[in-house]
Design a protein around this ligand. Sequence first.
Ligand code: HEM
Length: 501
Amino acid sequence: MEYLAFVLALSFWWAIIHLITSGLARRNSGSPRLPPGPRPFPIIGNIFQLGNQPHQAAAKLSKTYGPLMTLKLGRRTTIVISSPDLAKEALQKHDQAFSSRTIPDTARAFDHHKFSMTWLPASAQWRSLRKVSAQQIFVPQRLHSTEAIRCKKVQQLVDHVKENCNSGEAVDIGRAAFTTVLNAISNTFFSTDLAEYCSDASQEFLDLVVGTMEEAGRPNIVDYFPALRLVDPQGARRRMNVYFRNFFVVLDGIIDKRLQSRASSLGSKPTSDVLDSLLNLIEEDDAELSCDHMKHLLQDLFAAGTDTTSSTVEWAMTELLHSPKKMAKARKEIEEVLGKDGLVQESNILKLPYLQAIVKETFRLHPPAPFLVPHKAEVDVEMCGFTVPKNAQILVNVWAMGRDSSVWKNPNLFLPERFLDKEIDFKGRDFELIPFGAGRRICPGLPMANRMVHLMLASLVHGFNWKLADEMKPKDIDMREMFGITLHKAEPLLAIPIKSV
Ligand code: HEM
């Protein structure tokens, strides 16, 4: 409400300035022919038409205005793309022109946007960061050599669930999956755990990552009216500064300790984990990577990799608990491959087509980044006879594409079977399903995320029967979404594990 009052109070003054400046601008230059869209209100534009579920509201509006639609969000011209064909045109044909980012104000905290792989334009610096992460972190050899880490962390998840199984306590699936992903990433990077399953334990790092995501996901008026940046009226950048500072204090501690142990290891340079590899790069004579870049890169990877991966597992489990026959079918498939007690390994995933179909169907209905990460036009681009103007924000509504009845039969039903005879690889070639984006900005963490999601889901389904907490029936599960930096379940999924007989 505070936010609403602020917008209304601003409206009057802005209306006057806006009417004068836009009148002058129109007189001086021919306006580009923008794609159609709902009529914007003075000053605020279409902000309130998007409400608090903007992906759903935009999907509805695009039924009226088409798959290439203009919205005015405060001062920001936004183009929403809602069909696979246009997403392909935007992210493949116009990949370079649309490769920049609109930067949310919270990403300016600690000058993060000047170092960050996620927020830099597709510049030489960005290319260098992508190269470092491709060669040092997501390279197949590293993924192969860190498989044991992911398996161990998932085994710890299973142990945690077993404890709840014995005590009859419900598991918060999203939270447990988040802890698992966080530790899998922190062990790949630093060879150390940074979170615990027990909610009473000190969770400094986990709280920092969660706090950062929550702050980044909150609507911020500065993103609609950049002139307010200096004022930071909601205090979002100030709070984000604190999160970043605390995050870097923890990181500095880990780095200092590592530098000391490297110094005492008599000149040999170990390359056991990602941190060692990155420090080796920094120490090279013509180093492309600075310590600041490394720290911001690690921040990006934790922020982009944890919540997206864990919320996919939570949604997949939600859908399976909602459809017990599909849960039983998935369990049977896993048992046929692994027997009753076998441990799930990454090499098993290829032999589990139904499990893979469940993950695809989960991404179709619940893409963790429903608009991808906002792109920005570097130049004017012609699409469908309209102009996408320079500096416009581009939102690719993958949520709308996943629920489009002209693309999918029964789009609102969870039917993994639809993928059993349909090859989709997420690599941005099949534009009906691009939960990881496409083109040069495609998610670099895709192979790691994919492994983690399948491994966690298979282990949760294989080891246990599940029932909903509070005697809830499958049909009563709350399927509402909460829009934020990641598309979460509005209510956490609480489920009780039961020994599988
Ligand atoms: C289910 C899990 C995940 C999903 C659905 C996902 C999805 C995405 C999407 C949609 C984008 C933006 C693509 C675009 O702008 O076109 C992205 C970017 C990114 N993702 Fe992921 N992601 C996941 C997991 C991960 C993991 C595990 C990591 C790393 C550990 C990661 C790191 C990143 C980074 C650094 C970027 C920014 C890339 C850039 O702008 O150049 N993601 N991801």
